[in-house]
Write a protein that binds this ligand. Structure first.
Ligand code: N01
Length: 861
């Protein structure tokens, strides 16, 4: 037995293992020993040699980016390269960067055990050797364990049974043979359409019909290749910044915003030869809105019906049991036309399941079929299936299999608690499956390389994700999945294709930009979530957020929405109006009408929301948010209507003047004018002038708080309550939340400062209590207050400080913090289900404060 000592042991010589070796050995100078079960490099592209095996992501995108010369010199022959070409590419990379010498091929890892006393991994291989390593990198890939044959009787069969991922290099002669293909995923479709012309009979066993769309393969012209090479630099940046990791046009509309005719045009454009564009470039809500998804599903079903002549076969090929995209979409060349050939038949393996393999072929519950060759295209134990079989033992003798008994989990897809110095490349719960894999791999390897470099530079010997970080990330992955349609399908995305495997989301379904942003944040915070030598670190801000919030922010990134702080005034206003798209429908039983109220320089509009309840009703004057520079009656229609309905109150939303056209004190003057008008006239609209509350969100909450002060000091109007949702109470406040959440989300420090400066006009006003109510000399005598704050909001602490100050001044005050939510969440009810909890808190508070009994009792006192 040989024992060798290295810095890093790497398992796998596919895209991940090769780049990990290059980065860690060639660029970082670490000693590396790699292991690969296959006789050569290539990973999944070594093993999957079945006829028709081809990448369904364009090769100019699905390739390494780390070396510019490599990008230029490798000339892809087709738009979507076939397996031999991709394998040749990886062999070329192995040669060019001298990577082979770091690998032992034909070698399997049989155990990997962590020793806490030496802080080393001991890796044993089936050649009897032992490698002791500081770090252990799992680059074994997600598709290296194929799904074992589930059908009894294989030994009885007189012909050949073969799984697609074990296709022999010399091929199998299928000419004139009777062939069965079991499985209609990406692999089954590729192999069937390719072998159909050669075989005597082809029988496809389909358990679940799939939404396959045209691949659009063709030779890559010199012009296309030249254009790609010339623009690689910008293309790669765009790729990494897009949902799927390729510079496809972004989906920026809901499918429900287009008419059926417009939708047809969009789907026609991307269906024909668009590959993943059909999902990534059409409509952003296909993956979470069932109604939107149905439009794409209907479209694809119609194309299947057009392409397959026999209506019964066509119907069988139409998927009906899952939403489009919730199983990994396959791509095809002439798969559907293949079923028009007389020697090809489709068997419904759901209606008549396969029972066994017999001496002559396959027996279903209905009959026996005779074959010479049975091809199993039945998929993989996706995720870290390979690692699970390697005998990995972490701290305190705990095996990885035990740790993952309830489902595979890895912090940002890269690290597992209890397994120090073990890193996964594109591991479970990464975003790899929705992200062009070579790019995802490079990002993941670079992250791990950076972490090791930092640990080494600082003299740390162990790096391990904390239990809390792993747990929170795991929850986040589930919460994000719950915001999508993915959990509604039985797929390998959900670990649901392997009997007995825990059903749990295998990936973070946000798209690449959010996943990359989380990894960047972890790194920027000194590898937040990781503990070096037992020291503790904090969680990245994004992981404090509710999954629905992360999913929403990811959606904005996928659309390429400009962050608000980068927008000019018009763009910022338009973006705020766009928030309406993320609101629930307006409750039908609330009547909405516009009216006018006078201000010094003329009249303004106010919008009145009245629930279908007999009056007189209590009244809420609600000021919309928007940083005093944006927001509108329209953008707050839904929050105001929902408030009216929940509280059973007349809600009046004044259209106060905006800065910078109308700086301070225009907005607050208009607010006061609206309050006065409401007090005098609301009786005409079914409101009770004795029961008026003021409320607002963000800048609107600032106006509401100031209005309460002014109403007290100016002798009216009389207000029974104030509701301040995420108020700004002091522009100059130096709070911890302003520091920690300086980068948002949505509201950043820079944006906040810019809005305040536009609002003020004259900077000297910043200390006026009419701008900064927290600076008022006296807060006593103000109406009872409800202050609502969000955990991940720069304004959180000043809201809570203001609530404490009100209470200290004798004002009955309730302060509610909503963990996991962010500034502006209140006006995004369609995307953030927990807005209902905020609305409930407001209606509970106002129901009490505006009840006739309470108001009467208070007046008597
Ligand atoms: O595997 P799959 P795959 N009886 O799990 C059926 C990647 N890939 O090898 O859906 C009858 O998708 C199963 O039926 P059902 C890509 O990410 C990429 O095709 O479970 N049928 C399904 O139809 C892909 O998603 C490329 O009801 C049974 C099929 O077998 C991933 O690899 C090319 C069955 C399995 O489909 C896996 O694709 C190829 C049973 N007992 C693959 N058990 C590229 O182009 C399973 N099935 C990059």
């Amino acid at each position: 037995m040989n024992e060798q000592h290295v810095d890093v042991a790497i398992v796998g010589a596919g895209f991940a293992g090769l780049y990990a070796t290059h980065r860690l050995r060639n660029l970082q100078g670490l000693s590396v020993q790699g292991f690969e079960a296959a006789p050569g490099p290539g990973g999944v592209w070594f093993w999957n040699r079945y006829p028709g095996a081809r990448c369904d992501f364009e090769s100019i995108h699905y390739s390494y980016t780390f070396d510019e010369a490599l990008q230029r010199e490798w000339r892809w022959s087709e738009r979507y390269a076939a397996q031999p070409e991709i394998l040749a590419y990886l062999e070329h990379v192995a040669e060019r960067f001298d990577l082979r010498r770091s690998f032992r091929f034909d070698t399997r890892v049989t155990s990997a055990v962590w020793d806490d006393s030496t802080e080393r991994w001991t890796v044993t291989t089936d050649d009897g050797n032992v490698t002791v390593a500081r770090y252990f990198v799992n680059a074994a890939g997600a598709f290296s364990v194929f799904k074992a044959n589930e059908f009894p009787g294989e030994a009885d069969f007189r012909g050949t049974v073969i799984h697609t991922s074990r296709w022999p290099a010399e091929g199998i002669d299928l000419a004139g043979k009777r062939v069965a293909v079991i499985g209609t995923g990406s692999t089954g479709i590729q192999v069937s359409q390719t072998i159909a012309p050669q075989v005597a009979e082809l029988t496809v066993f389909q358990r679940t019909a799939n939404f396959a769309c045209p691949l659009g393969n063709r030779p890559l012209s010199d012009e296309e290749f030249g254009e790609a090479v010339a623009n690689y630099e910008t293309r790669r940046v765009e790729s990494r910044d897009s949902i799927a990791g390729a510079p496809y046009p972004r989906a920026v509309k809901s499918a429900l915003m287009d008419s059926p005719e417009e939708r047809r045009k969009v789907y026609d454009k991307y269906y024909q030869g668009g590959g993943f564009r059909m999902l990534a470039s059409t409509y952003y809500d296909l993956i979470f809105n069932p109604e939107a998804n149905a439009t794409a599903a209907d479209y694809i079903r119609d194309r299947i019906r057009e392409r397959v002549k026999d209506p019964e076969v066509a119907e069988l090929l139409c998927p009906t049991d899952h939403a489009y995209g919730t199983k990994r979409p396959p791509f095809e060349i002439d798969y559907y036309e293949m079923f028009n050939l007389p020697h090809v038949r489709l068997v419904d393996a759901r209606a008549t399941p396969i029972e066994r393999i017999t001496e002559r072929g396959v027996a279903t519950t209905d009959r026996e079929f005779e074959f010479d060759v049975i091809v199993l295209a039945t998929g993989f134990d996706v995720g870290a299936g390979a690692l699970m079989r390697m005998g990995v033992v972490g701290r305190n003798g705990r095996t990885l299999t035990e740790h993952w008994a309830d489902g595979q989990r890895a912090y940002i897809g890269m690290a597992t608690h209890g397994f120090p110095n073990l890193f996964h490349i594109n591991g479970p719960q990464s975003s790899a499956t929705l992200f062009n894999n070579p790019l995802a791999i490079e990002d993941s390897v670079d992250f791990v390389g950076g972490l090791i470099a930092q640990a080494d530079a600082r003299g740390h010997t162990t790096a391990e994700v904390t239990e809390a970080a792993e747990e929170r990330y795991n929850e986040l992955v589930r919460e994000v999945a719950d915001a999508t349609l993915f959990p509604t399908a039985t797929s390998w995305y959900m670990g649901a294709n392997i009997p007995g495997k825990p059903r749990t989301p295998m990936y973070l379904f946000t798209g690449a930009p959010m996943y990359r942003a989380i990894c960047a944040e972890v790194e920027a915070m000194g590898y937040a979530g990781f503990s070096f030598d037992g020291g503790d670190t904090s969680l990245p801000n994004t992981m404090r957020l509710d999954g629905s919030a992360v999913f929403l922010l990811a959606g904005l990134m996928n659309m390429g929405a400009k962050p608000l702080e980068e927008c000019d005034l018009d763009e910022a206003r338009a973006a705020m109006e766009g928030f309406r798209l993320m609101q629930l429908p307006i409750p039908a039983d609330v009547t909405i009408s516009d009216l006018s109220y006078p201000i010094d320089s003329g009249v303004r509009t106010a919008r009145l929301y009245r629930p279908a309840i007999e009056g007189p009703l209590p009244v809420v004057v609600f000021l919309h948010g928007g940083g005093w520079i944006g927001g509108s009656l329209d953008s707050f229609d839904e929050p105001c209507a929902a408030l009216a309905q929940r509280v059973g109150a007349v809600v009046v939303s004044p259209d106060y003047r905006l800065a910078p056209e109308h700086p301070f004190p225009a907005a607050i003057d208009d607010t006061m004018a609206a309050l006065r008008w409401v007090t005098e006239h609301i009786g005409e609209y079914g409101g009770d002038p004795a029961r008026i509350a003021v409320g607002g969100e963000s800048a609107g909450a600032n106006l509401a708080a100031v209005a309460a002060l002014r109403a007290r000091d100016e002798g009216g109007p009389h207000l029974c309550a104030q509701v301040l949702v995420t108020p700004l109470t002091d522009p100059m406040a130096e709070t911890e939340s302003r520091r920690i959440f300086a980068w948002g989300p949505i509201l950043t420090s820079e944006l906040g400062a810019r809005m305040v400066s536009l609002y003020l006009g004259d900077p000297m006003q910043v200390t006026s209590p009419w701008v900064a109510p927290a600076l008022a000399a006296d807060l006593s005598g103000l109406p009872p207050a409800l202050v609502i704050t969000m955990e991940v909001d720069p304004l959180r602490d000043e809201g809570e400080d203001y609530a404490s100050a009100l209470e200290a001044a004798g004002v009955p005050t309730v302060c509610r913090r909503f963990d996991g939510l962010f500034h502006t969440a209140y006006s995004l009810s369609g995307a953030i289900p927990r807005v209902a909890e905020i609305q409930e808190a407001i209606s509970d508070f106002l129901a009490l404060r505006l009840s006739a009994e309470q108001v009467a009792a208070t007046s008597v006192v």
